[in-house]
Design a protein around this ligand. Structure first.
Ligand code: C2E
Ligand code: SIN
Ligand code: SIN
Ligand code: FE
Length: 386
């Protein structure tokens, strides 16, 4: 390749980079995308993006360990990364092991052998350092002046995308929190242990999704979306919802509308998560054989998310006391779920339920303590926040 061709090639890659990066609002995915692009553009072996955590004065990054991702944290000021963050200067070194600032901790953890490092600060438009970009082991040669210029350019593009994603995540988190509170209000009227119930539904659904081998992202979707399945109960009158005995046919017809109310509440939202929640709210009482409500959907006409939550919901409803029935023994509830395979429930989902039943039982036993806050959900929200 001539130098002109090479420059043109890099320019094309940069334009692509700018476009791709500005569209991704999920922070984890964005960081992966950036690292991937930088590896291609700079023709190097590895790229890490470290993000400043002002609360702890550390820089964090995700590193791949085999199939797993682990979060690593470097104190501000320590290592090459910490040096770049505190000085705001670019560092370009041929051999990291000859540089006394280099910390070997990460190489020790990953088994990776770092040779050349090019590290530049990530600065936002206001000029504040929000993190550090580190490219490692360029193929063949050390990093040169061109590479420095390009990485600095990339880093200014990446910084604004990263700040956007951070903002987006904090927004959707507070929206989520609001919605959970609404869900609690909706359910508070018919159960004393709403917090536990919502947490159970969330954890059971996630476990079943795991048992089905669903991708991590979808497991997380169902974990957050499932507690909203009964939000439509806000629209049901107390006289029906709180009736201490059996509902009349007419009352049950009214009760069934909680599915329609729920999907109406959630479906206008733009967020993908709430779209999932909408499907779950609308279809969690559909039955696999087509005898459910509100639309008598059958088999895979019922969204998979809803087929999963339906099993989690009924299992938990059976195991909890209700104004209209005493609680069942979990073993009896499990047998009921198995019996309903192919009738109420998707056999594949029931099989996954069987596979993770041990874990479900553990959660069930844990949840018997009283609680006034929502420990499960609060924890999940934190986890989401890295
Ligand atoms: P829920 O109490 O949370 O129950 C959710 C689902 O669990 C029920 O959906 C049903 O599929 C299953 N389930 C709960 N208890 C039993 C039970 O004793 N036996 C069996 N075989 N399944 C059970 P379903 O039937 O569509 O009911 C939806 C919601 O309507 C219930 O949510 C509850 O809020 C209300 N509901 C249903 N039946 C009655 C009733 O007789 N009296 C009152 N007050 N509410 C009822
Ligand atoms: C360092 O900054 O000293 C090491 C960082 C790394 O290996 O990623
Ligand atoms: C529940 O309370 O979780 C399920 C009840 C329902 O939607 O019918
Ligand atoms: Fe329901």
């Amino acid at each position: 390749m001539t130098r002109a061709e090479e420059l043109e090639n890099r320019l094309r890659q940069l334009v692509y980079f700018g476009g791709a990066v500005s569209k991704e609002t999920n922070l984890t995915k964005l960081l992966e995308l950036i690292a991937d692009q930088v590896k291609t553009i700079l023709n190097c072996d590895r790229c890490s993006v470290f993000i400043m955590d002002r609360q702890t004065n550390e820089l964090w990054s995700k590193v791949a360990l085999g199939m797993q991702h682990t979060e690593i944290r470097v104190p501000f000021g320590k290592g090459i990364v910490g040096h770049v963050a505190s000085s705001g200067q670019t560092v370009n070194i041929k051999d990291a092991y000859q540089d006394e600032r280099f910390t070997h901790d990460i190489d020790r953890l990953t088994g990776y052998r770092t040779r050349s490092i090019l590290a530049v600060p990530l600065k936002n438009v206001g000029g504040s350092i929000i993190g550090v970009f580190e490219a490692m082991n360029k193929a063949g040669l050390p990093f040169d002046g061109d590479d420095e210029g390009i990485l600095q350019l990339i880093s200014s593009l990446a910084a604004s995308a990263i700040e956007n994603a951070q903002l987006y995540e904090s927004l959707s988190k507070s929206q989520l929190e609001t919605i959970y509170r609404l869900a609690v209000t909706a359910e508070y009227r018919d159960q004393q242990d709403t917090a536990i119930h919502l947490r159970h539904i969330s954890e059971y659904s996630a476990l079943i999704a795991q048992g089905l081998g669903m991708p991590e992202r979808e497991i997380e979707n169902i974990r957050y979306a499932s507690p909203l399945h009964d939000i439509g109960k806000v629209g049901i009158a107390d006289a029906i919802l709180l009736k201490p005995g059996k509902l009349t046919a007419e009352e049950f017809e009214e009760m069934k509308k909680h599915t329609i109310y729920g999907s109406k509440i959630l479906c206008n939202a733009e967020s993908h998560l709430l779209q999932v929640a909408c499907k779950v709210a609308g279809s969690h009482h559909e039955k696999f054989d087509g005898s459910g409500y509100p639309s008598r959907l059958k088999g895979d006409q019922i969204p998979l998310y809803a087929r999963i939550v339906s099993v989690a919901d009924v299992f938990d409803a059976l195991c909890m006391p209700r104004v209209y029935k005493p609680k069942w023994d979990p073993e009896k509830a499990r047998e009921y779920i198995l019996e309903e395979s192919g009738k109420s429930f998707d056999p594949v989902v029931v099989e996954a339920f069987g596979k993770v039943y041990g874990e479900i039982l553990k959660m069930h036993a844990l949840g018997d303590g009283k609680s006034t806050i929502i420990p499960g959900i609060t924890r999940e929200l934190h986890r989401h926040n890295f």
